[in-house]
Design a protein around this ligand. Structure first.
Ligand code: SF4
Ligand code: SF4
Ligand code: SF4
Length: 285
């Protein structure tokens, strides 16, 4: 694992962890189609809402296609100099797809200096931690929407774990337990951890301060409170206003640093946050 000095250098290069997002970009590889849980805000027609803007679907790549795309992007004078991070964030859950690990292996072999980053619902984190350790994953984002299994039962209509499908409080219990244990283990291994929390008004508002305190204690680096995009089971819920979100972030900033410029990028975004340069490099389509 990286020394604390190397780790700090890498954080500074990571646009999603407070690094200079006007200078450093990330490349997402959409290699992970399947998901093992069902979030109430997910339509499954689009990219995983944990990191992505709904309404757009990424073109799925195989690991072999993904490495070809990375070579193109790194060779391009437009994108090559700015891409510092390779992220796998969907369109389903990266840990539930073997393609994720294969892709990281391929990237590491040719581009060992790129920061390997992954975003997950966290269900399989304890099971897959040895693989992530062996891969040298640097940054990890976990979407943690509640600490309370009852509330979890309302947010997740099911959790599919080790061959069994759970619902209600039982689903919440398994998911929350694995998320927290996974965050603890990842912090112990020295990974840089971001927590995404989707604010679902009337459902998990009370959980936000509890989550920020708990994840700080477990060793997370930054928190990203994201507004609900009303769709699927939560289509009837009014999304939080920008003012409400700002106030909540300010309140929780004292507990853990808040990431405020998330643009909910798509699972195949390339370039600086807020820009999408994929047209410049989309020669493989
Ligand atoms: Fe959808 Fe992502 Fe939730 Fe899976 S983890 S149900 S893909 S939002
Ligand atoms: Fe990593 Fe998530 Fe940012 Fe992608 S969106 S680079 S997976 S933190
Ligand atoms: Fe970064 Fe947010 Fe985009 Fe992820 S979705 S790359 S956290 S800006």
């Amino acid at each position: 694992m990286a020394t604390s000095c190397e780790k700090m250098k890498k954080i500074q290069g990571h646009p999603c962890f407070g690094g200079n997002h006007h200078k450093n970009g990330r490349m997402h590889l959409a290699v992970a189609p399947k998901c093992n849980i069902k979030c109430g805000y997910c339509t499954r027609r689009h990219d995983c809402a944990n990191e992505s803007r709904p309404g757009v679907t990424s073109r799925l790549l195989s690991p072999e296609e993904a490495i070809v795309r990375v070579r193109e992007v790194m060779a391009s004078p437009v994108t090559g100099p700015i891409i510092k991070v390779i992220g796998i964030a969907g369109p389903g859950d990266p840990l539930f797809n073997e393609e994720t690990f294969e892709t990281f292996r391929l990237v590491d072999r040719e581009f060992p200096d790129l920061i390997k980053c992954m975003s997950t619902n966290g269900l399989l984190l304890p099971d897959k931690m040895p693989v992530l350790k062996a891969l040298g994953l640097h940054s990890l984002t976990v979407t943690l929407n509640t600490l309370d299994p009852e509330i979890g039962g309302r947010i997740y209509s099911y959790v599919h774990y080790r061959g069994t499908t759970y619902s209600g409080k039982e689903a919440g219990e398994i998911l929350v337990h694995n998320q927290l244990e996974g965050i603890r283990q990842a912090a112990e291994l020295g990974m840089t951890i971001k927590i995404n929390t989707v604010l679902i008004p009337g459902v998990n508002d009370s959980q936000i301060p509890l989550i920020s305190k708990q994840v700080k204690e477990l060793g997370a680096f930054v928190m990203n409170i994201m507004p609900l995009i009303p769709q699927a089971d939560f289509a009837h819920i009014e999304p939080p206003s920008a003012e409400r979100l700002d106030a909540l972030r300010s309140d929780n900033e004292k507990t853990i640093g808040q990431f405020k410029h998330c643009k909910q990028c798509r699972a195949d975004a390339v370039g600086l946050i807020g820009e999408n340069l994929q047209l410049a490099v989309a020669t493989a389509d």
